[in-house]
Each structure stands twice: as C-alpha cells, then as structure tokens.
Design a protein around this ligand. Structure first.
Ligand SMILES: Cc1cc2nc3c(=O)[nH]c(=O)nc-3n(C[C@H](O)[C@H](O)[C@H](O)COP(=O)(O)OP(=O)(O)OC[C@H]3O[C@@H](n4cnc5c(N)ncnc54)[C@H](O)[C@@H]3O)c2cc1C
Length: 391
C-alpha cells in the first residue's frame, strides 16, 4: 500500500489531520490500534476553545457541534465559600468556549473521513514506523491477521503519549521537559443535571474540585486526590460527600447528586518533547506534549498542531516548499509552551500541595482574590482560556 501521509493514531489529532489534508486534495491513511467503538466511546476532554470550534465548523465537521454543543461565556472561580464569575465573552471581545465531549468530536471526524472514502485501519496490531530518516518512510502493522506495510512520503505520529512514534526516534535526538504533580483527579460522569450553567473551579482547604458537564443532563465532576489513590477507596457516597464539602458556598446554591455512570483517576503531568520532528516523522498532539487538565488545553493543542502540519504539507505538495515543514516544530512549540505555562499556573493556583505551608495557602487565596478583583488579571485568564490567537 502507498499513500502520501501515513498517520498513526485515530485520536483527535490524527483524524483532524486526515480531514484537513483531504480538503487540500492530499491522500492519507490512518492506522489505529483500537476498535472504532472504543475510540468513539473513550471519555476524555470536553472544553473546546473558540478557534477549535471555528476550525471544525469552517471545515464542515461542526454541524452536530453547533446543534448540541453548550456555548459558555464565563467560568466561576470559587474560594472562601464565595463564587466569582469571570466573564470571558466580555473580556475577550466576544469569544467563548464550547462544551462538546472529545468522543463526539472523534465520532464526527470518523464519520466525515469514512463518508469521504478515507481509509482507517482499526484494531491494527504490532504497529511500527521505519525509514523516516531516509527517503522511504513506512508503517508496518497487521490487520485481520495479515502483515501489511504502508509506504508514504511522510509519517504523522498522532498516537498519543503511549504510542510508538516518539520512542522510535533515536535516543539523543529529543529533549524532554517533564513535571509530575503530587496529586491526581478523580473524575466522575453522573446522571445529574449540572448544578451550574458554567464550569466552577473550586479552591478548598481539602483540595481542588471542578464542576463541568457533558450535556444538560450529564454532569462531569472532579476532585483532587493523592497521585497513587485507588479508586476502590472512593465509593459513590464518599465522592458526593467530598464534592459537597468542596463546592459549599454561603447562600442557597445546591449541588445536585445522581447515579454515577463512570469514574476514573487521571494523573496530572506536564511533558514536552522537543523538537516535534525528526526526518520525515512529524509528532502532533499528546505524542509530543501533555498538559495537566486544569487549563483544558490537551485536545485544543492537538488541533492547533495539526492545523499547522496540514498547512505545511499543503505548501509542500502545491509549491514544493519545505519552509513550513522546517518551521513546524518551532511554530507549534511557541503555542505549546504558552499552554504549558497557563495550565501549570491554573494548576498551582487551585490545588493543595502536600508541602503547602500556611504561607502558601494564604498566598494562593491572595492570588485568587487579586485575580477576581482585577480586570487586567481576569482578561489574562480569559484570553488564555478561550484560546490564544493561532499564530
Ligand atoms: C483519561 C484522560 C482524561 C483527559 N481529560 C482531559 C480533559 O478533561 N481536558 C483536556 O483538555 N484534556 C484531557 N485529556 C487530554 C486530551 O484528551 C488529549 O490531549 C487528546 O486526546 C489528545 O489527542 P491526540 O489525538 O493527540 O491523542 P489521543 O487522543 O491519545 O489519540 C491517540 C490515538 O492513537 C492510538 N494509538 C496509540 N498507540 C498506537 C499505536 N501503537 N498504533 C496505532 N495507534 C495507536 C490511540 O488508541 C488513540 O486513538 C485527557 C486525557 C486522558 C488520557
């Protein structure tokens, strides 16, 4: 088999890249290790920046997103039993975020690719990449029990943090920047209408909590837990009890409870591998970088990477230019590091650290107090949260 761009991974990065390339008349084939059902049901991110929404709508995969997505103009920061709304829409001159689950984005993109005749190999086994430092890049895998080889002009490594592409780059090429945090998030999906119309980020002496949602009927809530926490220690009643404590405010606000449909623990980590390219292998999305979820940037960074990569491939195939391909890593990393900074800042401001001293706690409260009282500080948060300009 032969194609122009061989893509490893059918997450948001790989699928969106394939879609954008198709719109430019460039062929691609996606190799994915999981089943279609699995990737279309995998619960992950849910906050889309304004630019990500605009790109999905403008490229023809935003119909359901426009119909079913929940547009939010603000978020709430809650501390010392009081809520403070950040009016992002007003502060950014009319930008917003949209709540639309990552697996719904994946469904829309899979549907678009298959309807347009795109090729995705699901449940591929023994995937490996080769030849990307020479002239013959190839992806080897087996599908339906048969060994296969896909040769291509370029390989896009969109196979997430645990994929094969990044580790296939020879040692010594990449520099890795890494930070693990001394806590994790226990997240639940609950059959309970969200108790707030907008996201609530709560700082509490017992730890951070986040109230988010997937629809008007389904809530998505998180509590900060120790990094090595066992989910077995968290029966449903204990989760609701903890959420009630951390979201408590003076006044008549009430946290609505309901059956918990799913629960899991996600570690918090910052990670960047530089450069995001080696020979004819280009990394995009979680394959190259991870952010702690507090800033809601993971999926949006993946979209920003493949936007640039698709532009660079289009330039190469239309005009033979390699300038954009050569600049790909540097241009992506400028945005990646800004998102890393923002995600780190939100994380350190809102979480309790084991080594916290009374000084640190008072400093955190002072920071929140300053932030929610200063238009300049709120504008900074708002413009990062809705998404910085593409370039
Ligand atoms: C549990 C969890 C919860 C998260 N929650 C949030 C959140 O609330 N907010 C937020 O902003 N971000 C969140 N994220 C991050 C966000 O989901 C990711 O940033 C986003 O999925 C990145 O997209 P991607 O396409 O780069 O990678 P992925 O979505 O990881 O896609 C990579 C794809 O490659 C496939 N693959 C892996 N290895 C191979 C292989 N060897 N061969 C072929 N295919 C392979 C995988 O099956 C997968 O389909 C979460 C991540 C996780 C893991």
């Amino acid at each position: 088999m032969r194609t122009q761009i061989g893509i490893v991974g059918a997450g948001p990065a790989g699928l969106l890249l394939s879609h954008l390339l198709h719109l430019q008349g460039i062929e691609s084939v996606i190799i994915e290790s999981r089943s279609r059902k699995y990737i279309e049901e995998r619960i992950r991110a849910g906050v889309l920046e304004q630019g990500t929404v605009d790109m999905l709508v403008e490229t023809g995969v935003g119909e359901r997103l426009k119909r079913e997505g929940l547009v939010h103009h603000g978020i709430e920061l809650r501390f010392n039993r009081r809520g403070h709304r950040i009016d992002m829409y007003e502060l950014t001159g009319g930008k917003a975020i949209t709540i639309y689950a990552q697996h719904e984005v994946v469904k829309d993109l899979v549907n678009a690719r298959l309807t347009a005749g795109g090729q995705i190999f699901f449940e591929a086994a023994d995937v490996s990449v080769d030849g990307f430092n020479g002239t013959t890049p190839s992806i080897r895998f087996s599908a339906d029990g048969k060994p296969r080889e896909l040769t291509c002009d370029f390989i896009a490594g969109c196979d997430g943090f645990h994929g094969v592409c990044r580790p296939s780059i020879p040692s010594g090429v990449l520099t890795v920047f890494d930070r693990t945090y001394p806590f994790a998030w226990l997240g639940i999906l609950a059959q309970a209408p969200p108790s707030s119309q907008e996201l609530v980020y709560a700082y509490h002496e017992r730890g951070f909590a986040l109230l988010s949602m997937r629809s008007t009927e389904i809530g998505r809530l998180y509590v900060q837990v120790p990094p090595d926490e066992d989910i077995k220690n968290w029966p449903d009643e204990k989760i609701w009890r903890e959420l009630q404590l951390r979201f408590a405010v003076d006044g008549d606000w009430k946290l609505t409870e309901g059956p918990i449909l799913q629960k899991g623990i996600t570690p918090m980590r910052s990670f960047v591998a530089e450069p995001m390219q080696y020979g004819k292998l280009y990394l995009a999305g979680d394959a190259a970088h991870i952010v702690p979820a507090t800033g809601a940037k993971g999926l949006n960074l993946a979209a920003a990477d493949v936007r640039l990569l698709a532009q660079a491939f289009a330039d190469f195939y239309s005009a033979g230019g390699t300038r954009l391909l050569d600049q790909y890593s540097e241009r992506c990393l400028r945005r990646v590091w800004k998102a890393q900074r923002f995600s780190w800042w939100m994380t350190t401001m809102l979480h309790r650290f084991e080594a916290d001293s009374p000084f640190d706690q008072r400093r955190q409260i002072a920071e929140l107090d300053y932030l929610t009282g200063s238009r300049a500080a709120m504008t900074s948060l708002a413009e990062n949260y809705v998404g910085l300009p593409w370039d």
